[in-house]
Design a binder for this molecule. Structure first.
Ligand code: BES
Ligand code: MN
Ligand code: ZN
Length: 512
C-alpha cells in the first residue's frame, strides 16, 4: 500500500480518476465555487450531512466528480482524533475488492496535524491477517493519495505515519499468529530478520546462555514446555556509542496456559496474545528502520511458553533470579513478572537513560482501565509525563497508576525474599511493585497492555498498540533527530509493511 501526499484542492481532486474519493468535512470547511464544494454545502444545508465525526453521505458516480464513489464524511473539529474517526468510518464503508485507489481530501483544512492519524486509520481499516489461511485474500487497496492545498508541509508527518504503520503491522502479524506458528524460536528468527536493516543488530540467546547468566526466574517459567526459551537482544544504533540508550523490554509469553495454576478453558486461545509486549518491541524496531533517528535503543525479549507438565514449576517452588533475589512462586499464572524481572536485571549493563517494559501483565488492569488506555507506572515523574504525552500525541493513550510502597506489602513471603503474587486487590499495581524491586538502579516505567493490545469477540485480533506511543516517546528524545530524506523526494512511498523485510545488507553481529 503506497501513501502519497498531493497538493490538490477539492476542485482538482474531483478531476482525478479513483475508486473512491473521501472528502473530510470539518466544522471549518469553507466551500469553494467548484461543483463538489457546492454539493457539500447543499448536503449540509439540507441536514443530510453534518460535521459530527464519522457521519457519512455516500454517492455513486455523482456528476460532480470523476471518482466512482464519493463519500462526504464529517470530520468534527479537524483534530487528529476526530479525523481518525472520520477516516475509519469512511474506509470501513467503502472497502472491498473494488477499492484499489483511494483519494482522501482534507478539503482546505491544514493537513499537518492529522496526516499521521489518517495514514494509520486507513491501514487499520484495511488490515487483513492471512498467514495461516489456505486461500489468503490480502489487502486490495494499493494506492492512497492524501490531498490538501498545503500537502508539501506534511511530508514529515507522512513519513512518521508510514513508519508507524510498518511497525504496527509487524506487531499485529506476530501477535495474531497462533502459538504454534509463533514459538519462541520463530520469534527469535523474526527479530534476526530485522538485523538486515542498517543500524540494527540482533543476538538470540538459548537455554544454555540464559542459564549461564543466572536467569533462574525466567528459566523456571520455561521449564514446563517442550519449546526451548529464547532471550532476544536487539540494538538500534542511530547515535554515538556514548549516548545512553532507551531500553524496551517486551513480555514474550508465546502461550500462557497458567501452568500448574491452570487457567479456565474459556477464551484461553487468547493467551496466544501474551507476547504482545514482545511484538510491540519488534514493531518499534521495524519503524526505527524506516525513520533512522539519531538515537540508541535496546530491545530485550524474554520468550517462552507457560505450560503445565511433569517438569513444570510448582506452586511453592522458590527460584533465584539473576539479581540474586529469591522468589516464591505462589501462582504459576503470574509468570509474566518472572520472565521480565531477569530481563530488567540484564538491562542494567546498558546504563539506560530509561527502561520501559511492555507487558500483557494482569487481568486486573483490564478491569481497571478497559481497552481504551494502557496502564502506566513509573518510578520517575518526568518519564511518566513523557510517556503520557507520547500516548496523547500518537492517539495511543495510557494512564498513570500509583506505586505507593504500601501496595508492595502483600508480596512478603515466609520462604523467599518475595512472593510472585499478593492478594486480589490492586492486582495491576502489586504486579508493578514486584517489577520495581528489579529496577532500583534505573529510571523505569511499566506499561500494562493487557486491555489494549488485542480485541476480543467478532473483531478478535491484535491492535499493534503501543507501538505508536513508544515510537513517539523514542523520537522525542533530545538526540533523536530524524535523518533528512533525499532532497528530490516529493512523495514518500511506503515500503511494503510485511513481517520479513527485504534483505538490504548482510546481517550484522551484535556489537556489545
Ligand atoms: N497473561 C496474563 C494476564 C492477562 C489475563 C492478560 C487476561 C489479559 C487477559 C497473566 O500472565 C496472568 O495470568 N496474570 C494473572 C495474575 C494473577 C495470578 C496474580 C491474572 O491477571 O489473573
Ligand atoms: Mn499468566
Ligand atoms: Zn501471562
Amino acid at each position: 500500500m503506497n501513501f502519497e501526499l498531493k497538493s490538490l484542492d477539492l476542485a482538482a481532486c474531483a478531476k482525478e480518476k479513483c475508486d473512491a474519493l473521501v472528502v473530510l468535512v470539518s466544522e471549518a470547511f469553507q466551500p469553494g465555487k467548484d461543483a463538489l464544494s457546492q454539493l457539500v454545502e447543499q448536503a449540509r444545508k439540507s441536514g443530510d450531512l453534518d460535521s459530527k465525526p464519522g457521519k457519512l453521505l455516500q454517492m455513486y458516480r455523482p456528476a460532480a466528480a470523476v471518482a466512482t464513489r464519493v463519500l462526504l464524511v464529517g470530520a468534527g473539529d479537524g483534530s487528529a482524533r476526530q479525523t481518525r474517526q472520520a477516516v475509519a468510518a469512511a474506509v470501513a464503508a467503502v472497502k472491498g475488492p473494488a477499492l484499489r485507489k483511494l483519494l482522501i481530501s482534507f478539503a482546505g483544512a491544514p493537513a499537518q496535524k492529522a496526516v499521521r492519524a489518517v495514514v494509520q486509520a486507513v491501514a487499520d481499516a484495511t488490515y487483513v491477517y492471512t498467514t495461516t489461511k489456505s486461500k489468503p485474500e490480502g489487502r486490495v487497496l494499493a494506492q492512497v493519495w492524501l490531498c490538501a492545498p498545503d500537502a508539501a508541509a506534511a511530508q514529515a508527518e507522512l513519513a512518521l505515519g508510514v513508519a508507524t504503520v510498518a511497525g504496527v503491522e509487524m506487531a499485529k502479524e506476530w501477535a495474531n499468529r497462533p502459538a504454534n506458528h509463533a514459538t519462541p524460536t520463530l520469534l527469535g528468527n523474526a527479530a534476526k530478520t530485522l538485523a538486515r536493516f542498517p543500524k540494527i543488530s540482533c543476538e538470540v540467546l538459548g537455554p544454555k546462555e540464559v542459564a549461564q547468566l543466572g536467569m533462574g526466574s525466567f528459566m523456571s517459567v520455561a521449564q514446563g514446555s517442550k519449546e526451548p526459551l529464547r532471550f532476544i537482544v536487539l540494538h538500534y544504533n542511530g547515535a554515538a556509542k556514548t549516548v545512553a540508550p532507551t531500553v524496551l523490554v517486551g513480555k514474550g509469553i508465546t502461550f500462557d496456559t497458567g501452568g500448574i495454576s491452570i487457567k479456565p478453558s474459556a477464551e484461553m486461545d487468547e493467551m496466544k496474545f501474551d507476547m504482545c509486549g514482545a511484538a510491540s518491541v519488534l514493531g518499534v524496531f521495524r519503524a526505527l528502520a524506516e525513520l533512522k533517528p539519531a538515537t540508541n535503543v535496546v530491545g530485550l525479549i524474554p520468550a517462552c511458553e507457560n505450560m503445565p507438565d511433569g517438569g513444570a514449576v510448582k506452586p511453592g517452588d522458590v527460584v533465584t533470579s539473576m539479581s540474586g533475589q529469591t522468589i516464591e512462586n505462589l501462582n504459576t499464572d503470574a509468570e509474566g513478572r518472572l520472565v521480565l524481572c531477569d530481563a530488567l536485571t540484564y538491562a542494567e549493563r546498558f546504563k539506560p537513560r530509561a527502561i520501559i517494559d511492555i507487558a500483557t501483565l494482569t487481568g486486573a488492569c483490564v478491569v481497571a482501565l478497559g481497552g481504551v488506555r494502557s496502564g502506566m507506572f513509573a518510578s520517575d515523574d518526568s518519564l511518566a509525563a513523557a510517556l503520557q504525552a507520547a500516548g496523547e500525541s500518537a492517539l495511543d493513550p495510557c494512564w498513570r497508576l500509583p506505586l505507593d510502597d504500601e501496595y508492595g506489602e502483600g508480596l512478603k513471603s515466609n520462604f523467599a525474599d518475595m512472593a510472585n503474587v499478593a492478594g486480589r486487590a490492586g492486582g495491576a499495581i502489586t504486579a508493578a511493585k514486584f517489577l520495581q524491586k528489579f529496577t532500583a538502579k534505573m529510571p523505569w516505567a511499566h506499561l500494562d497492555i493487557a486491555g489494549t493490545a488485542w480485541k476480543s469477540g467478532a473483531a478478535k485480533g491484535a491492535t499493534g498498540r503501543p507501538v505508536g506511543l513508544l515510537l513517539d516517546y523514542v523520537l522525542n528524545q533530545p538526540s533523536a533527530q530524524i535523518a533528512p530524506a533525499p532532497a528530490a523526494t516529493k512523495k514518500i512511498v511506503a515500503r511494503k509493511a510485511v513481517a520479513a523485510p527485504a534483505p538490504a545488507a548482510p546481517r550484522k553481529r551484535l556489537a556489545k
